[in-house]
Design a protein around this ligand. Sequence first.
Ligand code: PMV
Length: 326
Amino acid sequence: MKATAVAGANIALIKYWGNRDEALRLPMNSSLSITLDTLLSTSTVMFDGDLEEDEISIDGTPAEAAVRSRVVEHLDRLRRWAGSEERARVASYNNFPRGAGLAASASGFAALTAAATRALGLSPDERELSSWARTGSGSAARSILGGYVEWRAADRHPDSYAEQIAPPEHWELLDCIAIVSTVPKSVSSAEGHRLAPTSPLYRARLAQVEAALPQMRQAILERDFQRLGELAEAEALSLHAIMWTSRPSLMYWMPETVRVLAAVRERRREGLSAYFTLDAGPNVHVLTTPEHGEQVSRRLAQVEGVQQVKVARPGPGVHLVEQHLF
Ligand code: PMV
């Protein structure tokens, strides 16, 4: 059977960085994100007893070795669950650049998990789907759900899944993404998670996150934008402090990144409601409210080195569609 699913990328407001169990991608800390409506991955999966090996294409070309083996490992886990040995044909398509810290692995593995489980004849509930997506890429657990989403850290595979804390229509925030590079990063986030505990600041970060997460949840439920923004900026800087102080050190920022961060703070002093956050890459997500969206996008586009500004809003969770990629 063939199945196709679409999932949105997500931007973490409280970040996942570091695993308690690397193989199962059980995170050290809980995290919280917004699933985005315009950064989408589509995945079509078909299992076929006549295939000798998995055939995996991404954005129209055969997947490179590292990506291929990660997808095959994920298919193997789902095959074991379903008791199937059939190989699969998989096509994935992203409408935004991969590997540049825009969470293509979150939307990609969320879409792949939903399509593959359906194609295997499994009927997981949302929690199971989220836990299984997590084993492909941690942050994919959150892209299963729409809107505002929290992923709980836990010690056992079935207990670490994401849940919606508020639907997309609860609060129409804007994420204006200033793209300064679309070159895939040279150090994967998988490697970053491994390095996290080597930072002398890591324990302090875990304590900080534990305090910040309930505050962020409350800021969302109360639609308190200033609170959300202040917490999001502090959190992003804490994440990058861990990266810089890991051994070896990781640095995802580019000179253009710093220009955007400075511009956001400058615009804020002028009265615009805008706060930044960044994942594992040089591109900057600028959170704002609908009334300031147009001005924020325009001002970001004027910053030297910004190639493009993509605007996203809270969007739906993963869903099956009838339009297959092959
Ligand atoms: O899911 P991964 O392994 O690509 O890790 C994502 C890590 C961050 O994007 C930096 C943070 C997050 O919670 O999304």
